[in-house]
Design a binder for this molecule. Structure first.
Ligand code: ADP
Length: 379
């Protein structure tokens, strides 16, 4: 049963119990129903569960670009397809009414954008049909950063683990495309090389149920700085076409840092369902993060959100908190750019130690994994 239906049920129950609770009961009951929809995840579910008269979903979950809550104001950013343009107003009216009935926001603002390509084919340059290896992969998600050293690979690996250990039992793979420093095999504690079968198919490596391939197996990282578009195109085609990924719910792609020719080619070649941007809170890192967002937007890859890594440090000795690289910059940037803010990951020695030892630290990444699952329908 959808949340919208739940909402309706609560209101119906309030009518039934009127006689028992006296005059004030319906308002009380309604207020509690409204308080069920006060955080981003539940409002997102509420919007995504809205159906048209024919019982079809009004929007795909990834069309809800962002929700910003500020006091009693809710700002909803939606991205509709060209086909939905003629019914833009009725979509807004329907969702506004659902929000008015089920939430307590006094001021509900809508920002609706339309892209030339529908959200189900977000990347116009994608050639999924040619890429047999990923024919059974439901969602390919890029983890990117504008600059190196901000914890992009660490986030990609830990997020893959958090997705695979999520209660939904998802099948997850990780593709290390960071040609400048392919570190994912080391972070996952994998030393061996992949096997190539007689018919030239590559069997991905596997650790704790997560499938892994790395461009580092194909290239000498010392030669990576001479990689240009056509070379990247060839390598990524092989990674997506010739690797036997099998059935996966999510394939996480650890992108090379930056926004140059290699990054653009990769983003155009892989049929990405969305991109996650990792940044530290500092202005200098955010300038580059902004460039990465602009690159993905240019090729119509939806931005799933920004993660602030190294967001703060809780000292294990004095228990004081330090904001070594400042704090909150990524959240503010997300609000400014109208993209979701996915969460803060602290600077934690356990993250570094475990990554170096080929282990992961799952706990910080669970709620981010939950958000990714709720905006990417894989069931
Ligand atoms: P990138 O992929 O952006 O170049 P990495 O993921 O390789 O960055 O991280 C760079 C270094 O920082 C690694 O040694 C990693 O273990 C460490 N690191 C990343 N995120 C954190 C964190 N939140 N806390 C502690 N160390 C971290």
């Amino acid at each position: 049963m959808t949340i919208a239906q739940n909402g309706k049920k609560i209101i119906m129950q309030s009518k039934k119990k009127w006689g028992l609770w006296g005059k004030k009961a319906p308002e009380l009951h309604r207020a509690s129903a409204k308080s069920n929809f006060s955080d981003e995840a539940s409002i997102r579910d509420l919007i995504a569960s809205q159906k048209n008269a024919a019982g079809k979903s009004l929007l795909e979950p990834d069309q809800i670009q962002s929700l910003t809550i500020g006091g009693d104001r809710l700002t909803v950013v939606l991205e509709i397809t060209q086909n939905q343009l003629p019914i833009r107003q009725s979509i807004e009216t329907h969702i506004r009414e659902a929000l008015r009935q089920n939430t307590a926001f006094a001021d509900i603002q809508f920002l609706i954008t339309a892209h030339k390509n529908s959200s189900s084919t977000p990347n116009p340059y994608a050639h999924k049909g040619e890429l047999a290896g990923i024919s059974k992969v439901k969602k390919i998600i890029a983890v990117a950063s504008g600059k190196g050293g901000v914890g992009k690979s660490t986030t990609a690996v830990n997020l893959a683990v958090a997705l695979s250990t999520h209660a939904q039992g998802l099948r997850v793979g990780i593709l290390d495309c960071d040609i400048y420093g392919p570190s994912v095999p080391r972070m996952m504690g994998i030393q061996q090389k992949p096997v190539i079968t007689a018919n030239k198919k590559i069997i991905p490596l596997e650790k704790d149920g997560i499938k892994l391939m790395s461009m580092g197996f194909l290239v000498d990282p010392d030669a990576a700085n001479i990689w240009r578009g056509p070379m990247v195109m060839g390598a990524v085609t092989q990674m997506l076409g010739d690797v036997e990924w099998g059935e996966l719910d999510f394939l996480i792609v650890d992108m090379p840092p930056g926004t140059g020719d290699a990054q653009l080619t990769l983003s155009q070649r892989a049929p990405l369902a969305g991109a996650i941007i990792v940044s530290t809170p500092q202005d200098i890192a955010l300038i580059d993060a902004r460039k990465a967002i602009a690159m993905f937007r240019k090729i119509n890859v939806p931005i799933l959100g920004i993660i602030e890594n190294m967001s703060y440090f809780d000292c294990p000795h004095c228990h004081g908190r330090s904001e070594i690289f400042a704090h909150g910059g990524a959240r503010r940037e997300a609000e400014k750019l109208g993209v979701p803010f996915l969460g803060e990951i602290p600077l934690d020695i356990k993250i570094r130690e475990n990554c170096d030892a080929g282990k992961t630290v799952n706990s910080y990444y669970q709620s981010i994994a939950g958000k990714i699952i709720s905006t990417n329908n894989v069931t």
